[in-house]
Design a protein around this ligand. Sequence first.
Ligand SMILES: [Zn+2]
Ligand SMILES: [Zn+2]
Length: 274
Amino acid sequence: MALHITSLNSGSNGNCYYVGNKNDAVLVDVGLSCRETEKRMKKLGLDMKTIKAIFVSHEHGDHIKGVSTLANKYGLPVFITGKTAAHGPRLIGHLAKKFTTDEPVSIGSLTITPFVKYHDAIDPHSFMISYAGVNVGVLTDIGRVCSKVTRYFKQCHAVFLESNYDETLLENGKYPIYLKNRIRGGLGHLSNKEALDLFVEHRSPALSHLLLSHLSKENNSPELAAQVFEPFANGTTVVVASRFCASEVYTITASSFLDRDRSIDQPVQLGLFE
Ligand SMILES: [Zn+2]
Ligand SMILES: [Zn+2]
């Protein structure tokens, strides 16, 4: 009883997260082209036929640009709120299925729970995908850690967690002040420090994998984000999801962390996929 997860791409150039079991899978956002999504799935040995639905977190281009083509090619339902649909991917027509915040949706053997988040979009949502007691969170594009983020984060065995920017790099960087304030103003993105605080304070003892996601190209680096989390990993596998390629496929079980012998000193499990 396991969920397989991968980031097909993560960053402001395109986001696409795969979560599924042997029979059923969903994509959260399709910010890659249809062709690139297919190519990366194939390279990982994942079958497009397992994908049963697409969930759209919000209408920004890096999350929706491949949705229409992929959905139409495979006849996939696109779960989206009414408000996001009005500003979101075109040409999904009859494939659009509305979801309502906090109301779980069943897709085959999977359960997807949407919940609202703070972000400068029309009606932005995060998701927790559950199967056989295993919970995986997709938490990117969050302006701040709110009570919903902590409530769901605590329940997860694996999380795609935004770690967008280093506060000093953003402050001293070349972005205009309005953009800096947009990013750090509570409706933009989560900093490395904010993500770390969430991880340290609220992780479940069963959190086996943390995939640091949606890293800024200008105001962060995979090495820096990894360094921030390394001292606190404490047995959790911390991986940086790349903006250039897919991560490997991770298998998440309810006991994958607890099975390990934590009584002995373990090397920090840290991977970089760049
Ligand atoms: Zn984004
Ligand atoms: Zn966004």
